[in-house]
Design a protein around this ligand. Sequence first.
Ligand code: TXA
Ligand code: MG
Length: 311
Amino acid sequence: MRTRLLRDPDEAAAVLRRGGLCVVPTETVYGLAARADDPDAVAAVFRAKGRPSDNPLIVHLADAAQADAVAHVTETGRGLLAAFAPGPLTVVLPARPGLPSAVTAGLGTVAIRVPSAPLVLAVLGGTGPLVAPSANRSGRPSPTTWQAARDDLDGRVDAVLRGPPTEVGIESTVVDATGPVPLVLRPGAVTLDALRALFPDARAIGDGDEVGRRSPGTQHRHYAPRARVRVVDDVRQWAPGPDAAWIGLSEPPPGYALVAVCPDVAHYARRLFDTFRRADAAGLSRIDAEAVPPVGLGLAVMDRLRRAAEG
Ligand code: TXA
Ligand code: MG
């Protein structure tokens, strides 16, 4: 299949309405979109990504009012959507029947998200609800540029809608809102503190929680570049070399082949996956990533770093 490069969201919407696959820019990472109501299109998303079938997809909506069509919106869900939609938040709710079973992986819940990036909203304005996992091949870092998405999916999808590099750089916060207390399954730019301003008991999933409640995707190998990622929290671990990249808030010693010094944690999040991919493109064997305090957006950065280091 030849993958078309598009600039016009109306053309992307037309591809999607016909049941095709199209990469779209969101504010978090690029997504691989398809009609949420079309079992064949949904199946094609899993094939194009090489995604395990037990990992459900997020349904993207043009606005929060559409949530009731696909989910039983709980009081918790209602509150979260009112406060954070559109934006980098995904809410897990009891599913209404009718969606292709591959969307929910048969879990009985559905993840929904109202993105805020203008291009994806323009696409959603010309389609119905769209599934959109991150537009990477399974196991690779999420793409934050259209070029990174094309590198992974060229020849496997109908089109790529070109947009700017993504604003946030890491995937949305996934929150289980099936019960009275929001439970963060995947940390992101909507922070625990922000959630607690509304729901003081909101918490992040932890070791004490039964595995069944976790986000299935967090059990798969994830976010991993080919280069080995080392999380570095002490200057004595700094090890510059011609085969190594550095990303962090601090200026590293000279000798790293690739350096990303970030002025703050938001820039760190924005540049993280791109730095992973640049290191791989340069054939580097190691990425030293400086640890940050696991608070606010730092919690999400550390989550991605730990997963990449395990991968
Ligand atoms: O920022 C994002 O969320 C991006 C953009 C494109 O919107 N999308 C994204 O999708 O990251 P994906 O498929 O790469 O990650 C979705 C995560 C996975 O960890 C998946 O297991 C989880 O959401 N998820 C989806 N449906 C779920 C459900 N019903 N219950 C629990 N977790 C769910
Ligand atoms: Mg993903």
